[in-house]
Structures are given as structure tokens and as C-alpha cells.
Design a binder for this molecule. Structure first.
Ligand code: ATP
Ligand code: MG
Length: 137
């Protein structure tokens, strides 16, 4: 079993879709073992997306991620990192497979409903940014 880090992004909370997204996550066999609703500060968002700081969309991304509350989550299951990437679908919803969260709910490449870690190593780093061990059960 493995853990990954997930964010239900502002476009999900704004449209009251957190339960609908969680239903897809759970139907895919992933267990939500940590979950909290937060409003990210600019500093938190800039740190979280630090790897993208030279990309042209960085400013827009930080503005979006701090626009409304998000739900940060720890997901657990077999091959959770790869499994969740599969369930999320392609970054650009126009390229996402049928049945994926981004195909079902996302509106654009920027406002794409969910984040999921891209490796087990990054999952551990990202989980530690938002959760203590006692909050994962
Ligand atoms: P995430 O890291 O959020 O799980 P991802 O790994 O599919 O998504 P990345 O390439 O890591 O995609 O990009 C991080 C995020 O930056 C994307 O989810 C999206 O919100 C935003 N983003 C990526 N490309 C663009 C773009 N061309 N224009 C606007 N925003 C973008
Ligand atoms: Mg990414």
C-alpha cells in the first residue's frame, strides 16, 4: 500500500463539487485517510508550486490556488500515486479520458479541479507540508 497527496482545487469548492469528486476517488479504491479544508496563503501556494516558478503560468496558478478554499487530502491504496494520476486524467481536461475526474468536472488546463503527487517521493514531501502523522488515520 502507498500514500499520495491530493488537493481539491478552488474550482471544486466554488462549485460545491467536493463530495462528487470524493465519490470518484472512493469508487476507484482509494481511501481518504487525511482530509482538511484550508484557505491557502500566497506563501503556501508559492512554496507548494515552487517547481513551476519559472513557468509563464506561475502567477496565474498561485492566484487561482488562493482564490477560494481547497481540500487537502492524503489518499491510501495499492499504487496510490499512479492510481490517482489515472483517476484524475490528463492535466488538460480536453485530453482526459472518459470517467476521469478532470473529464467529468474540469473546465480548463488551469482550473483542473484536482492535484495529485507525481511520485512517491514528492507525495511524502507534499503530505508533510500540510499534515502531521497524528492527522492521518
Ligand atoms: P498537478 O501538479 O496540479 O497535479 P499536473 O501534474 O497534471 O497537475 P503540472 O504540469 O504539474 O500538471 O502543472 C501544475 C498545475 O499548473 C496544473 O494542474 C494546472 O493547474 C496548472 N497549469 C499547467 N499547465 C498550465 C497552463 N498551460 N496554463 C495554465 N495553468 C497551467
Ligand atoms: Mg504536477
Amino acid at each position: 500500500t502507498e500514500r499520495t497527496f491530493s488537493i481539491l482545487k478552488p474550482d471544486a469548492t466554488e462549485r460545491n463539487l467536493t463530495g462528487a469528486v470524493n465519490a470518484v476517488i472512493e469508487a476507484a479504491g482509494l481511501r481518504i485517510v487525511g482530509q482538511r479544508r484550508i484557505h491557502m496563503s500566497q506563501a503556501q501556494a508559492e512554496k507548494f508550486y515552487e517547481v513551476h516558478k519559472e513557468r509563464p503560468f506561475f502567477g496565474e496558478l498561485v492566484e487561482f490556488m488562493t482564490r477560494s478554499p481547497v481540500v487537502v487530502q492524503v489518499l491510501e491504496g495499492d499504487n496510490a500515486v499512479a492510481r490517482y494520476r489515472e483517476v484524475m486524467g490528463a492535466t488538460n481536461p480536453a485530453n482526459a479520458d472518459e470517467g476521469t475526474i478532470r473529464k467529468l468536472f474540469a473546465q480548463s488546463v488551469g482550473e483542473n479541479t484536482v492535484h495529485g503527487s507525481d511520485s512517491a517521493e514528492n507525495a511524502a514531501i507534499e503530505i508533510a507540508q500540510f499534515f502531521t502523522d497524528a492527522d492521518i488515520v
